[in-house]
Design a protein around this ligand. Structure first.
Ligand SMILES: Cc1cc2nc3c(=O)[nH]c(=O)nc-3n(C[C@H](O)[C@H](O)[C@H](O)COP(=O)(O)OP(=O)(O)OC[C@H]3O[C@@H](n4cnc5c(N)ncnc54)[C@H](O)[C@@H]3O)c2cc1C
Length: 452
């Protein structure tokens, strides 16, 4: 049977765009791609990229103060969202255009439309068009989720932050994950009064406990009103703002309440049932090691599969799918030892096991250090850097590395290479230090802080 497309991709985000481009350019496939919102997806339009630009914007307050401590004659006025916002929008427009051009130059036919599956070999677009496809790749990502409670319709999510006409003065952020913590730090840095509620005992669940404590303490020291064990009961709109009643009966008034309590896969009304594609408890598409669903012609990559929800992982899953299906080279995306960063202030870089996970594998040596870095110490700041290496006592392998420091994201990318290669503690030890930099501590921690 002749199909309209060899591959039809649903979703123009990190995973979908990479798969579409490679299938067309390297796999020689006739490819179609439908995107219902903006090309580039979450990462480019309402995730990593705009967020990182806001991280940069928010860091200048401290940097300007530090410059004054170093002798510069500088005065910092307030941050002006009206200057930043159009520049941010222009940059996102530029990137979206670049994504569109890349797809076009690689002969991918794009459709600005919503798509859904009709059966294992057919998609229908919101324009009414229908296409037959040899393979379908679902790469529809995820979206923020606000639980229902009285006044929940007054809450917004990370999606709306980038669209703000004005910067609010008082913000409540609900949630303790990386997105909640990053926005707490960003908005605080931009001069917004930030309160953060998290119903659990500590923020950043799933990361190394000690690092979490260090970040929470730093956030509080900087002036973020972090309230653990606290949740929202109701939100009511009044003339002076959004009145929030919390579980501990502490009322607060805010200009915006941002929910960052979790994301769900975009699988609703996607025709998955009609096509016979199985989903899990959260609605995520269930796939095997090659990103193939239970329906042989349908594959899924990225956040919609809820494996590791990060851009580089979605991209690699998309590339592995093309290797497998269009290049005759069965390839499993590698989900082991994925380094990542949390752009709090200070930043957090992490790779491998947490101490809690490493302890489960046998006896480990824990190497820790905490110190005030030269640059901010000189400027009179109390900021502390935290570094931790987890080493398997028997094999000597470094099982995990956790860094809370300015530029920790940059550091962990490089430490991640060594750890991915299977570096031992002795490999770290015989690597000569670079001096004077913060990261030299990674190769100079001689004695374990504890053996557990
Ligand atoms: C605020 C925020 C910050 C983040 N920061 C980072 C970070 O610093 N580093 C990092 O690695 N990751 C980060 N992420 C996660 C990262 O953005 C995602 O892991 C990544 O974008 C997933 O790519 P994807 O291709 O699976 O889906 P997405 O990029 O979400 O793309 C899916 C696309 O499909 C479209 N779509 C959905 N349904 C349909 C349909 N039926 N028809 C047509 N189109 C459809 C959507 O509009 C969307 O454009 C962040 C996420 C958020 C929300």
């Amino acid at each position: 049977m002749a199909f309209d497309f060899d591959l039809f991709v649903i979703g123009g985000g990190s995973g979908g765009v990479r798969a579409a481009r490679l299938a067309a350019s390297e796999g020689g496939a006739k490819v179609g791609l439908a995107e219902e919102y903006r090309m580039g997806g979450t990462c480019v339009i309402r995730g990593c990229v705009p967020k990182k630009l806001m991280v940069f914007a928010s860091a200048f307050k401290d940097q300007i103060e530090d410059a004054a401590s170093y002798g510069w004659d500088v005065n910092s006025g307030p941050f002006d969202w009206q200057v930043f916002r159009p520049k941010l929008r222009a940059e996102l427009d530029r990137l979206e255009k670049a994504y569109r051009n890349t797809l076009k130059n690689n002969t991918v036919q794009t459709f600005d439309a919503r798509a859904e599956l009709v059966d294992p070999h057919r998609v229908r677009l919101s324009t009414g068009e229908e296409f037959t496809c040899k393979h379908i790749l679902v790469a529809t990502g995820g979206r923020p989720f606000v639980p229902e409670f009285p006044g929940s319709d007054l809450a917004i999510t990370s999606n709306e932050i980038f669209l703000w006409e004005e910067l609010p003065k008082r913000v409540l952020i609900v949630g303790g994950g990386f997105i909640a913590c990053e926005f707490a730090c960003i908005l605080h840095g931009l001069g917004v009064e930030v309160t953060q509620f998290y119903r659990g005992a500590q923020i950043l669940r799933g990361f190394d406990d000690e690092a979490r404590g260090h970040i929470a303490a730093s956030m509080e020291d900087r002036g973020i009103n972090l309230r653990l064990g606290e949740n929202v009961e109701t939100i009511t709109k009044k003339d002076d703002g959004l009145h929030v009643r919390s579980t501990s009966a502490n009322d607060g008034v805010f200009d915006a309440v941002i929910y960052a309590t979790g994301r769900v896969p975009n699988t609703e009304n996607l025709g998955l049932e009609e096509a016979g594609v199985e989903t899990g408890n959260k609605g995520e598409i269930l796939v095997d090691d090659y990103s193939q669903t239970n329906v042989p012609s349908v594959f899924a990559v990225g956040d919609v599969t809820d494996r590791i929800n990060l851009t580089p992982v979605a991209i690699r899953e998309g590339a592995a799918f093309v290797e497998t299906v269009f290049k005759g080279n069965p390839t499993k995306p590698d989900h082991d030892l994925v380094a990542s960063a949390v752009f709090t202030q200070p930043e957090f870089g992490t790779v491998g096991m947490t101490e809690e996970e490493a302890r489960e594998t046998g006896t480990i040596e824990v190497y820790c250090t905490s110190f005030r870095p030269m640059q901010t110490l000189f400027a009179g700041r109390e900021d502390k850097v935290f570094m931790k290496l987890l080493v398997a006592q028997e094999s000597r392998k470094v099982l995990g590395c956790h860094i809370v420091a300015p530029m920790a994201g940059e550091m962990i990318q490089l430490a991640g290479i060594a750890i991915k290669m299977g570096a031992t503690k002795e490999d770290f030890d015989r690597t000569c230090a670079v001096h004077p930099v913060m990261a030299e501590e990674l190769v100079t921690m001689k004695s374990p802080t504890r053996v557990v």
